[in-house]
Design a protein around this ligand. Structure first.
Ligand code: UDP
Length: 464
């Protein structure tokens, strides 16, 4: 029997589209190794697009024999797990060899299910490669979001993995050949143009957050629920255990704050460091967590540090609300969902001045930026916010307003939906309309070279 026995018939009146996220399973538990922002993005965008009238199928790789082949999130949005390589976790840097199987499995599913996806939105470079192969075989519109750029990632690491040259070449192909690449911030657009290619269509559409879930709530209540003392300030980290996340910088900054408090004769135990994020002892994130725990002990922060483990989005708002400052000390961050989640809850953010964090965090208005890995600068920034309650209150208000106005998933999905409709209409009309696109983000579109003649469209239902 086909593993996809629960496949359903096509839904009349709805246009089916596919999102592909080869390693970021939209139905996975978030916060564990390699399950982070991309999983959240695909799942939230998928569900919001379904609410806007699309039929959304999200494809990922099956990583366990017991995992369901299909997970229905809502009547019009599901995750489909394809078999490509062994049904176990495979680190990203070793996954590329299984992508031809992913393409075959996708095409097989499509024909068995009777689905027809005239538009595919791929996520991360390997899914982009899959999209390019499908595009070479059929008339699809290909939209791509990178989530992470090899061109930047490899600048920060001394020893490049063997996959690096392939990744860089594929990233360039995607930008030059996809129908549109979605950059999630002006900073990412700039990086794509300066480091990847000056060719290809680009549009800026940010990531979002669930503003109904991540919202301002009473701080005292959140602290009480979490068993935190009302008058002890809380410094929060949320995210994966990965050296790139820079948790070490935060821990060292906290040690410095503690020492300076000793010098100024205030209570040295006068703040809590809460570290949220899951880890698996057998995986690389388990090793990083162990390293951080040892550092916490070595710097004598054990008594005031809490390792909360993986926390779901149902309880995360409590943590953000209880925090006086949320710290994002990443060495590199393409967007950084944690920043907008924290700000949506009215929590000021101290973040590295890198990538999308320079777009989401407005210095002196919603938080502060510091140079990555600069322990002094992080300690000073955290201290400034903890020391000035009146100013912090202003930051809190401005932070939540910024997210509500700019970063709701529904707003993001509406912009993606406009883009999809535009591309599908363009493929129907068989001529490039990029120059005429009447978009609110018109100024963000950089059309250097219309590299491809639009293809003959397949019949599809327009979303009304
Ligand atoms: N996250 C979570 N629980 C945890 C740790 C992280 O739900 O215990 C979520 C977090 O809320 C955010 C995502 O994981 O939505 C991390 O996304 P981000 O873009 O900040 O970082 P990435 O993991 O993509 O590098």
């Amino acid at each position: 029997m086909s593993p996809f026995a629960s496949s359903r018939p096509l839904v009349p009146g709805r246009q089916a589209i596919a999102l592909i996220s080869e390693h970021g399973d939209p139905a996975a538990e978030i916060g564990k190794e390699e399950a982070g922002g991309q999983n959240v993005y695909v799942r939230q965008v998928g569900e919001a697009l379904a609410k806007l009238g699309w039929q959304v199928d999200m494809f990922t790789r099956k990583t366990h024999p017991d995992e369901a082949a299909i997970v229905e999130h809502s009547p019009h949005c599901r995750t489909i797990r394809l078999i490509a390589g062994p049904e176990t976790f495979v680190p990203r840097d070793e996954l590329y060899q299984y992508m031809p199987q992913f393409v075959q499995a996708f095409l097989k599913f499509q024909s068995q299910d009777g689905s027809n996806y005239p538009l595919i939105h791929t996520n991360y470079w390997m899914s982009g490669w899959v999209g390019l192969q499908i595009k070479a075989l059929s008339n699809i519109q290909l939209v791509h979001t990178y989530h992470s750029l090899g061109a930047i990632k490899y600048r920060a690491i001394a020893k490049r993995p063997p996959i690096a040259p392939t990744r860089l070449a594929v990233e360039q192909q995607i930008l030059e050949q996809a129908d549109c690449v979605v950059a999630t911030s002006p900073q990412e657009q700039e990086h794509l143009r300066s480091l990847v290619s000056t060719k290809g269509n680009l549009e800026i559409i940010p990531c979002g957050t669930d503003i109904e879930n991540f919202r301002v709530m009473p701080k005292a209540e959140a602290k009480a629920i979490l068993g935190l003392k009302p008058n002890v300030p809380v410094v929060l980290y949320v995210g994966r255990f990965d050296p790139r996340k820079g948790i070490e910088t935060l821990v060292r900054a906290c040690a410095q704050i503690k020492t300076s408090q000793v010098d100024s004769t205030s209570d040295p135990a006068d703040f809590r460091l809460v570290i949220v994020g899951g880890s698996d002892p057998d995986q690389a994130d388990g090793q990083e967590r162990q390293r951080i725990e040892q550092l916490v002990q070595a710097l004598d922060l054990g008594k005031q540090t809490v390792f909360a483990g993986r926390i779901g989005h149902d309880r995360l708002p409590l943590y953000y609300t209880a925090a006086d400052v949320c710290v994002i000390p990443s060495h590199y961050e393409p967007f950084g969902l944690v920043a907008i989640e924290a700000m949506a809850c009215g929590t000021p953010v101290v973040a590295s001045a890198v990538g999308g964090l320079k777009f989401t965090v407005v210095p002196e208005e919603t938080g502060l930026l510091a140079p990555p890995q600069d322990v002094n600068a992080f300690a000073n920034a955290i201290n400034r916010i903890l020391a000035d309650e009146l100013w912090a209150r202003k930051l809190r208000r401005q932070a939540s307003v910024r997210v509500q106005q700019n970063f709701s998933w529904m707003g993001v999905a509406a912009q993606l939906s406009d883009l999809y409709r535009y591309l599908l209409a363009q493929s129907l009309s068989q001529e490039s309309l990029w120059g005429d696109r009447p978009s609110r983000s018109r100024e963000a579109i950089t059309l250097i070279e219309p590299h491809r003649q639009p293809v003959t469209a397949k019949g599809f239902t327009r979303v009304s």
